[in-house]
Design a protein around this ligand. Structure first.
Ligand code: SF4
Length: 369
């Protein structure tokens, strides 16, 4: 096998047929998606960022709400970060939202609020990688640039029986070059979206619908009986499980919430106080120690409230939450990053999904209690 840095794949005589068949198929089979009803580059950009690691059905309501709240780059640029994170709440990978806002702020400051129609300018924006840049340039501006995500890599790996690991950057770059060489003149927008739709609806990871595929006649994997083997992708490391302990900490009918640091996992979101449980500490002692170290106060733990499991790409949180109160005579002052809130006010804050479940358990307890 060639070294990854030397990978080059070549289009052959099937190229014209593949492009023609794909475009004809797309004309009658394209998905009706809300962001496709416009060529507005800002709308396409937002949809592409939301769609990274997230299913189309999940994204749709978020996209509609986002566009109602931040209909233009200016509106997003001027919004408080907390409002942006709240609108993203539940979509995960929150750095996407923060990067998008920062990039849009640059578009407003530097490009008069117009998403640049220029590969170098777009690629320099925060959080905009080759895929997002390619999607905006091709879909909104019809420029012949590839937009290669996991779906497109799978389709091309099968069409050309490419057995290199698609997780490697060199394979991605080589497939990008190959896709780009296929884009028919004047049809970049439709061609790239046709590939996305083919990967999402026909050439799916498991059980691809080869009988219905518009490019089955040109598919090398089908011809050689290797559809099930391709694409090749080395398994990612399994996420590491960690125990997390937290408190629904009450005082005078209010709950303590704290804002997470501006960098790192779930940066800038609010949550119930707590931390990772050291392996050698029992749960409740770990909670006492955590609150003491963070706020210098004693608490009285009352009851086990709820257990929540949350899977990130690299971590699995096994989060156990207790209801607790400040011990008599103890106090925690409010600040920029620490608030005492009534349970019904929790909905105003952007909480990670695991902490939303704690908030729901607090609400249930209030109803039942
Ligand atoms: Fe994918 Fe099957 Fe079509 Fe080949 S024939 S591109 S494997 S759906």
């Amino acid at each position: 096998m060639p070294k990854p840095s030397q990978l080059t794949y070549y289009a052959d005589e099937r190229a014209g047929a593949i492009a023609g068949n794909l475009l004809a198929w797309y004309a009658t089979n394209q998905r009706d998606l809300p962001w496709r009803r416009s060529r507005d580059p800002y709308r396409i950009w937002v949809s592409e960022v939301m769609l990274q690691q997230t299913r189309v059905e999940t994204v749709m309501p978020y996209y509609e709400r986002w566009m109602a709240q931040f209909p233009t780059p200016q509106a997003l640029a001027e919004a408080p970060e907390e409002q942006v994170l709240k609108a993203w709440e539940g979509l995960g990978y929150y750095s996407r939202a923060r990067n998008l806002q920062q990039a849009v702020q640059e578009v407003v400051a530097t490009y008069d609020g117009k998403v640049p129609n220029d590969p170098a300018a777009i690629a320099s924006l925060k959080g905009v990688g080759p895929y997002t840049a390619g999607a905006i340039l091709s879909i909104a501006y019809n420029r012949p640039v590839a937009a290669v995500d996991g779906n497109v890599m799978r389709v091309f790996a099968r069409l050309f029986a490419i057995a290199d690991d698609i997780g490697r950057p060199a394979t991605r770059r080589a497939i990008e070059a190959l896709v780009e060489s296929f884009i028919p003149e004047g049809h970049a927008s439709a061609f790239n979206q046709a590939l996305m739709d083919l990967g999402a609806m026909v050439c799916t990871p498991r059980s691809p619908k080869c009988l219905l595929c518009p490019v089955r006649e040109q598919c090398q994997a089908l011809e050689t009986g290797r559809v099930g083997e391709l694409p090749v992708k080395e398994k990612a490391k399994a996420p590491r499980p960690v125990d997390m302990v937290a408190a629904a900490l009450w005082h005078d009918g209010r709950l303590l919430i704290a804002r997470r640091p501006p960098e790192g996992l779930l940066a800038g979101l609010w949550g119930f106080p707590g931390r990772e449980r050291p392996v050698d500490l029992p749960w409740e002692r770990a909670l006492h120690a955590s609150i003491w170290e963070q706020y210098g106060v004693e608490i009285e733990v009352e009851a086990h409230l709820v257990d929540v499991k949350h899977v990130f790409s690299h971590l699995i949180w096994n989060l156990r939450c207790y209801t607790a109160r400040l011990a008599p005579g103890q106090a925690i002052a409010e600040s920029e990053t620490v608030r005492w809130v009534r349970p019904q006010e929790l909905a105003q804050y952007a909480l990670p999904t695991a902490h939303q479940k704690i908030a729901a358990a607090v609400g249930m307890q209030a109803v039942n209690g």
